[in-house]
Structures are given as structure tokens and as C-alpha cells.
Design a binder for this molecule. Structure first.
Ligand code: MF3
Ligand code: CO
Length: 250
């Protein structure tokens, strides 16, 4: 499949979809408290998405059984919400959420600290977020796709963290996952040229320790093999002739 270029009308719909998701994330982030279960977070997230008249796009995606991915500490992504999984002060919780508005998908993730976390863990979260912003600086028409990947790698590698390689960012539009795939680690070629109207989900997943991950027996939850914390930060971005528009931030 080729990389889709969105029309002006489609861009408007993407903007709206992403703006709603930004609001959902903000409301969800504010509500996180020690003692909640990861299922409580999912239920609230789904309710918020539906309150805007939208549909959660993760629900039933390849059989995924919930609306929000809630990944705690060493869980990298795709943690399945459970009423038995209680979050505690000192945990970090990655929330990945997406929705469909009038046929157009949005996708974004944030990692939150529950109460106070150690300095090491806070730094991991800060670097992961900044990795997105280092990548997005390169997300301009005329640049090439892997300029984004290389910028993220260059920034993160300086901290000695492990960049997850098995999962990547992606194009997004009338489907949650469209071409191209967007690795967060160095590529030895430039990749396709970026063009105005492309919408991309850029999403570094960074481990405090080694990059290696494995899947739990639920076949969804991706964890850091060494058991050290992992963080995730993602936004849906529009390529323009000028500066990129980060659509899932208010
Ligand atoms: N945000 C995730 C991704 O980027 C989607 C979660 S997969 C799902 O690609 F199955 F949980 F939906
Ligand atoms: Co994504």
C-alpha cells in the first residue's frame, strides 16, 4: 500500500479526530490515582471517547479486548486492562489510546508517573517524550522518512537506553495502521520523501535497560525482557510545507 496523501477535507477530519483524542488523554491523565485498576482506566477512557460521539479504534482490533492499552512499569505497550491489576504510588503507567471520528483515526500515547517516582524513572519518561520532539523536528516536506528515525536514535542513544525495535510508528488515516512503518532506530537508507498531507503516528518506545522485549502469554502485552521500566510517547502528526502540525496536542 502506498502512503496516502490526505485532501484538505480529510485533513480537517484528522484534525478533529486528533483534537478529541487530545482531550480524552488530558482528562484520562488527570484522573489517574493510586488504587485504581487498569480496567478502571480503560472503562473511563472508553466512556470519554464515546462521550464525544467517537468509537475506540483499538477495541477488537486484531482481537484486542479493550479500548485503551494500559502498560505498567516494565510493560512496554499493549498491556491489557484488568480489574486485578492495581496501580500504586511509584509506578509509571503508559496509556495508549485512539479513536475514530467520521471514519478518521487518531492515535496517541503518554506515560504518566503515579505519585512520586525515582529520578531515574522520571528521566526515562522525559527522554522518551523529548525523543518524539527530536523526531518530529525532521517531519517536514522534502526530508525523508528515516530522518525521523535517525534523529530519535541519535538523541536516545546518548542516554544509553534501549530503543525497542520490534514495534514502530506508522501512517494513519482511514485505517489505524497505514504505510509507512516508522522505526525509532537508525536506518541505513533515507526512506520515502515526506510530502504535505501525510499523517504519521510517531511513537518512540524506550527501555531503561536493554532493548530486548518479549510477549506475555496473553499474546499482547509486550514487556522489557530485563524487567526494567519502559516508557512510550506518541502523537499523530501532519506533514505540511512548513512546520509539522502535532494534531494530538491541544
Ligand atoms: N497505538 C497502538 C499502535 O500504535 C495501537 C494499539 S494496538 C491495539 O500502533 F490492538 F491495541 F489496538
Ligand atoms: Co500507534
Amino acid at each position: 500500500m502506498a502512503i496516502t496523501i490526505k485532501s484538505d477535507r480529510e485533513i480537517e477530519l484528522m484534525r478533529e479526530s486528533c483534537k478529541i483524542l487530545a482531550k480524552v488523554h488530558d482528562q484520562l491523565g488527570e484522573s489517574i490515582e493510586p488504587g485504581m485498576s487498569t480496567l478502571d482506566i480503560d472503562r473511563l477512557g472508553e466512556k470519554l471517547i464515546r462521550s464525544y460521539g467517537c468509537v475506540p479504534n483499538f477495541l477488537d482490533y486484531n482481537g484486542y479486548p479493550a479500548s485503551i492499552c494500559v502498560s505498567v512499569n516494565e510493560e512496554v505497550v499493549h498491556g491489557i486492562p484488568s480489574k486485578h491489576r492495581i496501580i500504586h504510588e511509584g509506578d509509571i503507567v503508559s496509556l495508549d489510546a485512539g479513536l475514530i471520528y467520521k471514519g478518521y483515526h487518531s492515535d496517541a500515547a503518554r506515560t504518566y508517573a503515579v505519585g512520586k517516582v525515582s529520578e531515574d524513572v522520571q528521566k526515562l519518561m522525559d527522554v522518551t517524550k523529548q525523543a518524539f520532539f527530536e523526531g518530529v523536528k525532521m517531519a517536514k516536506a522534502g526530508n525523508h522518512l528515516f530522518d525521523i528515525s535517525n534523529a530519535i536514535d541519535e538523541y536516545v542513544s546518548g542516554f544509553g537506553y534501549g530503543i525497542v525495535r520490534e514495534l514502530v510508528g506508522h501512517g494513519i488515516g482511514t485505517h489505524l495502521h497505514e504505510d509507512p512503518q516508522i522505526p525509532n532506530f537508525r536506518q541505513n537508507r533515507r526512506g520515502p520523501k515526506l510530502q504535505p498531507g501525510m499523517t504519521l503516528a510517531i511513537e518512540p518506545m524506550i527501555n531503561m535497560g536493554r532493548a530486548d522485549v518479549e510477549w506475555l502469554d496473553d499474546d499482547w502485552t509486550v514487556v522489557a525482557q530485563d524487567g526494567l521500566p519502559s516508557a512510550h510517547y506518541e502523537n499523530t502528526v501532519l506533514i505540511t510545507d512548513g512546520e509539522p502540525e502535532i494534531l494530538t496536542l491541544l
